[in-house]
Design a protein around this ligand. Structure first.
Ligand code: ADP
Ligand code: DP6
Ligand code: CO
Length: 328
């Protein structure tokens, strides 16, 4: 296996889960407790360049123009170890990554981040993985990254081991007019990472078994909604599923929440819009930022409505995005 003599660049988009992954069966391999399903977003992404080199004594990680300390780069270096094992190489790497999405704010930076790293690092190590294997590799960095290999609507089948847990596309280029209005209410880093939050829910929430049952039903319903292009069913199911996940944080020990006051205000505004006959639904990942699922034709006026409440710069209209791209 030959490492490349030049940096390889990969671009991967974030995704917002319509049926959430919230809990692991295997922390090491990142095997989830349930199937999940997402939509890849065009406006939020990560760009990462990787080159392995015999002349490097240690891995070097530059994240948003800052060189990371050994402690701060641990998660990336652990991931590089997995790539090295796969490619049977022992060279250190130089990694440069830029997030075009707020980091650790519930906008899925770990999804685009580890999908882009999987793509760039594997190719730089001389591997040419197909998208299924790339999805499995990305999974080892962050569960949600499993789905960011593909564009449009994507499912992550839970599987039961490293070979069987990967994502597959359901509809890579949706022909229906669907949009996600993202409210970036705060770009502050969350206090409780997704990793820590979901582990606490698995270990302490008495509702966890009910979550598994409900989310598997939601997954089937969501697939039907996408196959039949049933917007109401998709939106309603996504909103229910999101609140079921957030009920796990509230019912954990110690309790916690990713909601802030603006999240609650935004969710109430979505409910009010529905009462006024505008079809839209909310979802939230592990952070206070709310995403509103709507018909593409309504996106502009919905965005304006939220801009009035939260400010021009805090509202972004996104649409289904593409899967990963990797340079030669
Ligand atoms: P988010 O809601 O943004 O996905 P998480 O708690 O899941 O928040 O993950 C945030 C972590 O993901 C960061 O602290 C960092 O370790 C990792 N991460 C984010 N972006 C990148 C990137 N571009 N490259 C490597 N790792 C990244
Ligand atoms: C709420 O994929 O960030 O966004 O696997 O520990 O890195 P790790 O967690 P992560 O968790 C995502 C949680 C979620 C739901 C989802 O994306 O499915
Ligand atoms: Co994440």
């Amino acid at each position: 296996m030959a490492i490349t003599d030049h940096p390889i660049t990969a671009k991967a988009h974030t995704n917002i889960a319509l049926v959430k992954y919230w809990g692991k069966l295997d922390d090491q391999l990142i095997i989830p407790q349930n199937d999940s399903l997402s939509i890849t977003l065009d406006e939020f992404y990560t760009q990462t360049a990787v080159q392995f080199s015999p002349s490097l004594a240690a891995d070097k990680v530059v994240f948003d123009d800052q060189t990371l300390s050994a402690t701060d780069s641990l998660r990336v270096r652990t991931f590089l170890d997995q790539v090295r094992a796969l490619a049977h190489i022992d060279y250190r790497a130089s990694v440069t990554t830029q997030n075009f999405v707020p980091t650790a704010a519930g906008l899925a930076s770990s999804a685009s981040g580890f999908a882009a790293l999987a793509g760039a690092a594997s190719r730089a190590a001389g591997l040419h993985l197909n998208r299924q294997d790339l999805s499995r590799l990305a999974r080892r960095g962050s569960g949600s990254a499993t789905r960011s290999i593909f564009g449009g609507f994507v499912a992550w089948q839970q599987g039961h081991d490293d070979a069987t847990s990967y994502a597959y596309p359901i509809d890579e280029q949706p022909t229906w007019d669907i949009a996600v209005v993202a409210l970036v209410l705060t770009a502050k880093q969350k206090k409780i990472s997704s990793r820590v939050g979901m582990k606490r829910a698995v270990e302490t929430s008495p509702f966890y078994p009910a979550w598994i049952t409900a989310s598997q039903t939601d997954f089937k319903t969501m697939k039907t909604a996408i196959e039949t292009q049933d917007f109401e069913l998709l939106g309603h199911t996504a909103e229910q599923n999101a609140m079921r996940m957030h009920a796990l944080t509230l019912s954990s020990d110690p309790t916690f929440t990713y909601f802030n006051a603006d999240s609650i205000k935004a969710m109430n505004m979505v409910r009010d819009l529905r009462l006024r006959g505008i079809s839209c639904y909310f979802t939230m990942d592990a952070g206070p930022n709310v995403k509103i699922i709507c018909h593409g034709s309504d996106a502009k006026r919905i965005a304006q409505h939220f801009q009035t409440a939260f400010g021009q710069d805090h509202v972004l209209v996104t649409r289904p995005g593409a899967g990963i791209s990797i340079s030669d």
